[in-house]
Design a protein around this ligand. Structure first.
Ligand SMILES: [Cu+2]
Length: 140
């Protein structure tokens, strides 16, 4: 084999190896919950002038919800107020739901990330806003 042939073979081999490394680096990591069927955990959130499920009269975090990683979390959010409110869950749904007065919507996701995630009203102008910023989703 001539030197030039060896060089070409070496270059082709090297580029294939680099391509393989890039393919591994660039492909998304598998979901930590792939193949895991968690429980379905449903929660009803009543939104009114007392906050989220009476959060106005709670000194600390409220509501506090705990699920296990890979559970499917379903929030049934009922806006019993006449004004609009939002319902966001940090990291899982930052945009959240937008509910006009009297609206009822569902927010559903799989809890793939472990941690504590704030539950909050995404409408900063609502009159009860200070009581709608301290909900907590614990994913254990
Ligand atoms: Cu609000």
């Amino acid at each position: 084999m001539r030197t030039s042939e060896i060089v070409i073979i070496a270059l082709v081999t090297a580029s294939l190896a680099v391509g393989g490394v890039f393919a591994v680096v660039l492909s998304p990591p598998p979901s930590p919950c792939s193949g895991i069927t968690g429980a379905i955990r449903s929660f009803t959130i009543i939104v009114d002038l007392n906050g989220y499920n009476e959060s106005r009269s709670q000194p600390g975090n409220w509501p506090v919800i705990t699920v296990q990683r890979c559970d499917t979390v379903v929030f049934n959010v009922i806006n019993d107020d006449t004004q609009a409110h939002g319902f966001g869950v940090a990291s899982y749904s930052n945009a959240g739901l937008e509910l006009v007065g009297g609206d009822h919507q569902t927010l559903k996701f799989q809890a793939t990330k472990i941690g504590q995630f704030r539950i909050y009203c995404t409408y900063s102008v609502c009159t009860i806003h200070y009581s709608m910023n301290n909900g907590l989703l614990n994913v254990t």
